[in-house]
Design a protein around this ligand. Structure first.
Ligand code: GLC
Ligand code: CA
Length: 554
């Protein structure tokens, strides 16, 4: 494989806590993942990205790390990890770790020492400021609710946390902090891991002087103020030069709010920073932004806007950077429920349609566990069914504290948007707890597991699983799918998402019906040479049946 293997890869994302429990304590673990490597291999993915597995008090399911070099005992031991890594490599797959270095846990030794006084070795590892007129140093908001500052009496100062108070932000301005991070990276790379997904990495460089936000200081405004800070390129270049360039690795930076122009800087090969970024435009379209509700607006997105968001990235990065392609991850509701249709009549077709639309684009596709089965949202109706701090805090803040909306409306928002939708256990079979665990699962299995599960997918040749397997095989076979340039078709069509890809003298035509109606569309598919794939067994030319998706090579 070439140094550019990241461009030819398909990534499978594993959320360890919910994937497979091997010892029946109700929590997924490393040994469970090892048991299921052949399953991932059969699907055809060649890279696995693991959400955080480090020691953590789990306030935010592992995104609050208290020891970067230790394995969370719920997930097993370092030996279990080494075995997983060895087996992954033995099967010719690669393993990416989640690197969470914008912040640590407040239980991390660095923070425990840092907060003890203004004068100690770790005093400047975090972002401390004096009170301003007895209050927070500025008006920034935290992602999980409330102000982004918490006061510590021992120091007589506030510390910055863009997430929960248990997730203090590291001070990247301090060169010692950067060296600590590089050292952690080397520790895992020397063990043989194949790269990193870097958590909110465009938050690490804060604007100089930490200025107040002018106007209404919403969460959205806070995020725009701190993303892509002045020293970000410098920090990433230093990390690349001192660490990453010495290994054969793949890197993807999670970057909420990033623009294509910035992404070209981070991923352009001549800049030596990252291989690709996760952008958020297509999953954070808010048709009617309501400042107070911020990210909780759940109005359905217009197809033209979804196309605008994705097409923009396809066109902008071509030849200049590299895209990652995803509908789903552990922070997003299930794609088939959100962008398709999870009514049993349409679910299978809609899931395949979404897969086709994304997997025929230029970039590296990411499949989130269960997406290949068409797993759906949990459709919870009560607050106590939610586990994620983001959802629970938002309910308390918006409904009880600020009374911006009523409880029923907020429950509807949560049902559509909560991150918990993605975190229900993997559905392996129709037996107890979907085959995830024989103990009591840490989080309830989606009751639809009797219909939607791996075993029944593997027994049915027309399943979503095998369809995804075909999409991956086609990507491996056809250079036009991996490298072709993108040409959009009729942006204003609110029903069909169609596009061409061009490579040498070939053209690929992709067309997807995002509705439950039968439609007629002619994009020249009658002069075609080859029908490559589609989610109905027989091709009907210009006719597109409900949620039909098809691909031609012209
Ligand atoms: C990222 C993670 C998310 C986490 C947050 C804070 O967005 O994907 O799960 O809560 O960062 O680390
Ligand atoms: Ca377990």
């Amino acid at each position: 494989m070439s140094k550019e293997w990241f461009k030819d890869s398909v990534v499978y994302q594993v959320y360890p806590k919910s994937f497979q429990d091997s010892n029946n304590d109700g929590i997924g673990d490393l040994a469970g993942i090892t048991e299921r490597l052949d399953y991932i291999k059969t699907l055809g993915a060649n890279v696995i990205w693991l959400n955080p597995i480090y020691q953590s008090p789990n306030k935010d399911n592992g995104y609050d790390i208290s020891d970067y070099k230790a394995i969370n005992p719920d997930y097993g031991t370092m030996e279990d990890f080494e075995k997983l890594l060895f087996k992954t490599h033995e099967k010719n797959m690669k393993l990416l770790m989640d690197l969470v270095v914008n912040h640590t846990s407040d239980q991390h030794e660095w923070f425990q020492k840092s907060k003890s006084s203004q004068d100690n070795r770790y005093a400047d590892y975090y972002i401390w400021r004096n009170p301003v007129e007895g209050r927070e140093p500025n008006n920034w908001r935290s992602t999980f609710g409330g102000p982004a500052w918490t006061y510590v009496p021992e120091r007589g100062q506030y510390y910055l946390h863009l997430f929960s108070p248990e997730q203090p932000d590291l001070n990247w301005e301090n060169p010692k902090v950067r060296q600590e991070v590089f050292e952690i990276e080397r520790f895992w790379l020397d063990k043989g891991v194949d790269g990193f997904r870097m958590d909110v990495i465009n938050f690490i460089s804060k604007p100089q002087g930490l200025p107040d936000i002018q106007g209404v200081a919403t969460l959205g405004a806070t995020m725009s103020c701190i993303t892509d800070g002045p020293r970000l390129n410098e920090f990433l270049k230093q990390m690349n030069e001192e660490v990453l360039s010495h290994y054969d690795v793949m890197t993807v930076g999670e970057m909420p709010g990033v623009t294509p122009e910035d992404a070209i800087e981070y991923t352009g090969p001549e800049n030596h920073e990252l291989n690709m970024v996760f952008q958020f435009e297509h999953v954070s379209l808010s048709p009617n932004p309501n400042l107070l509700l911020d990210k909780w607006n759940d109005e359905p997105v217009k197809l033209s806007e979804l196309k605008l968001a994705l097409n923009k990235w396809q066109k902008a990065l071509d030849g200049k950077g590299w895209n990652s392609l995803y509908w789903n991850n552990h922070d997003q509701p299930r794609a088939v429920s959100r962008f398709g249709n999870d009514d049993p009549i349409y679910r299978v077709r809609a899931a395949k349609m979404l897969g086709t639309t994304l997997h025929m684009m230029q970039g590296t596709p990411y499949i989130y566990q269960g997406e290949e089965l068409g797993m759906t949202n949990a459709h919870h109706t009560k607050l106590d069914q939610y586990e994620d701090l983001d959802s629970v805090n938002a309910y308390h803040e918006l409904v009880e504290q600020n009374r911006v909306i009523d409880g029923q409306t907020m429950l509807k928002y949560l049902a559509n948007l909560s991150r918990d939708n993605a975190r229900t256990p993997m559905q392996w079979n129709s037996k107890i707890n979907a085959g995830f665990s024989k103990g009591t699962p840490w989080y309830a299995v989606n009751p639809n597991y009797k219909e939607i599960n791996v075993e029944s997918e593997l027994n049915n040749h027309h399943s979503i699983f095998y369809y995804y397997q075909n999409l991956i095989t086609l990507r491996r076979e056809y250079e036009i799918i991996r490298r072709g340039t993108f040409e959009e078709i009729d942006l204003n069509d609110e029903q069909v998402y169609a596009y061409y890809r061009h490579h040498e003298d070939q053209t690929l035509l992709v067309m997807s019906n995002f509705t439950s109606q039968t439609l007629i569309r002619d994009y020249g598919q009658n002069n075609t040479t080859k029908y490559l794939i589609g989610n109905y067994s027989e091709d009907k030319g210009v006719t597109l049946r409900p949620y039909e998706s098809k691909v031609y090579l012209m």
